[in-house]
Design a protein around this ligand. Structure first.
Ligand code: RIB
Length: 293
């Protein structure tokens, strides 16, 4: 069983559905409002656990009723929360999502996720000494924590999968320390602003994987640029598809699957995830993915 550590955000998603996305200064009448578990870190932890990995989450929650929901959800999905500590006098992270016109728009309030600091990582070092096969990290936590975790992984020889979302420019040290980097097209442009996507892929063979939504995932295998096509499905909600891709990719790689096969497995998992409402609503189990492959 692959052992995965996820360092990242845990939030509650406040989701409204509307047939029309409001423009600036505009008010529209929507159809529904729901609260569901989210946060890129938590989503990736839950997705990896559903796919059969042993997952430890390193994160923070606030001092509010959302914290209880977040922790219960981790427990329900078999994610270890030994390193998810509540922060007092602060709210849990929230994501404010509008689902409209076939896509989402999201505003994230990091709140307690800002307390996933380098010092908190040092406090959680025992998790890293438990023979992890892979560490996953995203960017809804402080930038210095991403740098710090990349150094810890480098020192301990644990492969780091960096999902650079939301996008911000990365220090070259972090790029060097990461084993796998998985931006979408928009994020790739911010990370490698002076390169085309093809140039960036060639610069980082078998390391940079650019997700291109319904087109698939592109990488350079050392000889050729490869596009692993995505699976066509009827999408209900694309929120969390990227997180499912990352988790499934990490699980497959941690199990020793070859890269092409790992991307295919991850594409399949991501395609299933969009068929239900909510970031985690459609995240598949291992059996569900394998039945489709
Ligand atoms: O990647 C999807 C996630 O991004 C949502 O669950 C929301 O929490 C935002 O952070």
């Amino acid at each position: 069983m692959a052992k995965i550590i996820v360092v990242g955000s845990s939030s509650i998603d406040l989701v409204v559905t509307s047939s029309k996305r409001p423009g600036a200064g505009e008010t529209v009448l929507g159809e529904s409002f729901k609260t569901v578990p989210g946060g890129k870190g938590a989503n990736q932890a839950v997705a990896a656990a559903r796919l059969g990995a042993e997952v430890t989450m390193i994160g923070r929650v606030g001092d509010d009723h959302f914290a209880e929901e977040i922790l219960n959800n981790f427990k329900l999905n078999g994610v270890s929360i030994d390193y998810v500590e509540p922060v007092t006098h602060m709210e849990s992270g929230t994501a404010h999502i509008v689902l409209a016109e076939g896509d989402n728009s999201i505003v994230v309030i990091k709140a307690a996720n800002n307390e996933v600091t380098p010092a908190y990582i040092d406090q959680s070092m025992n998790a890293f000494h438990g023979a992890a096969d892979m560490v996953m990290i995203q960017q809804e936590i402080p930038e210095e924590t991403v740098t710090h975790v990349s150094r810890v992984c480098n020192k301990l020889g644990i492969p780091l999968l960096l999902n650079p979302a939301p996008a911000r420019p990365l220090e070259s040290e972090v790029i060097e320390n990461a084993a796998y980097i998985t931006p979408n097209e928009h994020e790739a442009k911010i990370l490698f602003s002076d390169l085309t996507v093809s140039e960036a892929l060639r610069k980082y063979p078998n390391k940079l994987f650019v997700t291109e939504g319904s087109k698939g995932v592109r990488y350079f295998d050392g000889m050729h640029e490869v596009l692993v096509p995505s699976y066509k499905v009827e999408a209900v909600d694309t929120t969390g598809a990227g997180d499912t891709f990352n988790a499934a990719f990490a699980v497959a790689l941690a199990e020793g699957k070859p890269i092409f096969e790992s991307v295919r497995f991850a594409n399949r998992a991501a395609s299933l995830s969009v068929t239900k409402f909510g970031a985690q609503g459609g995240m598949p189990t291992r059996e569900e993915v394998e039945a489709q492959l």
